[in-house]
Design a protein around this ligand. Sequence first.
Ligand SMILES: *[C@@H]1O[C@H](CO)[C@@H](O)[C@H](O)[C@H]1NC(C)=O
Length: 310
Amino acid sequence: MDNSVSHFILLGFFSSWEIQMVYFVVFSVTYMLTLMGNTAIVCAVLWDRHLHTPMYILLGNFSFLEICYVTTTVPNMLANFLSETKTITFIGCFVQFYFFFSFGCDEAFYLCIMAFDRYLAICHPLHYPAIMTTYLCTGLVAFGWLSGFIFFIIPVALISQLSFCGSNIIDHFICDPVPLMALSCSKSHATKIIYSTFNIIFMVGTFIFILISYTLVIFSVLRIPSAAGKRKAFSTCASHLTVVILFFGSIMTMYVRPVSEKPLELQKLVTLFYSVITPLLNPLIYSLRNKDMKAALRKVLVIKRTSHKT
Ligand SMILES: *[C@@H]1O[C@H](CO)[C@@H](O)[C@H](O)[C@H]1NC(C)=O
C-alpha cells in the first residue's frame, strides 16, 4: 500500500457560509430530537414493567441502536459545517465507515428479528411464550448487535487495502464506500464487484425474510375473528412495516443499482434520508400508533417533570 493520503476532506453540502449555518441549526435540532425521542423509548422500556416483553425489549434495543447509528455521522457532520478545512483523518474515515455501516446492518437484522417475533406472536400465539423465552430473546438481542460488526469486517478490510494516492476530496458528508472507491488509485474492479455482491445478498436476503414474515402475519391477521383483535394486530404491524419501508426503500435506491451513475446530489439526499431522517421518524412511528407505548412514555415524561420540581 502506498498511501500518500493521511486525511480526507468531506465536502458535505457545498454552499455559502450562511447556508452552512442554516444546515448546522437544522441538523442540530434534528439530532437533538432524535436523541430525545429514542431515549424516551429506551427509558419507557426499561422503566415500565408492562413493556418487559420481547417485542418492547427488541424495540428498546432498536431505539438505542438508532442513537448509536446517528451518532456515528451527525456530530462529525455538524463539526464540518463549522469547520473551514472539513478534514477527517484516514483512520477516522474508515472508523466512521465501519461503525456507520455495521450499525446500519444491525438495524436491518433487528428489523428481521422484530418481524420474526411478530410472526411467532401472531401466527403461533399458543406456542409463542414457550418459544420466545427470555433466553432466546437475549440471544437475538446479542445477535442483532454483533452481526453487523462481524458481517462488515470484510468490506471494510477490502476497501481499506486500496491505495489512495491522488485526490483526497470526498464529495459527500460521510465516509461512504462508493466515493472512497472512486478516489482510490488502485484498480479496484474486483473490490467493487465483491462489495456490491455483498450488499445485494445482504439487502435482498434480509428484505425477503421480512417480506415473508409480514405476509404470513397479514394472512393470519385477516383470519382473526374479532374486529378489535384484528385492529390491534394490524396497527402494530403497520408501524413495523412503515419503518421497514422507510429503511429498505432508501438503502435500496442507494446501493442496489450501480450508484456511480446517480447524480451526487441525489446520493447525498438519499443518504441524508436514511442516516438522519429515519432515526428521527422511528420513535414517532412506533409510539404514535401504540397505546401501551404512549402510556409508558407519558409516565416517563411525568417522572421527568416531577423530578425537576423536587
Ligand atoms: C436490550 O435487550 C436486553 C437483553 O434482552 C435487555 O435486558 C435490555 O433491557 C434491552 N434494552 C432496552 C433499552 O430495551
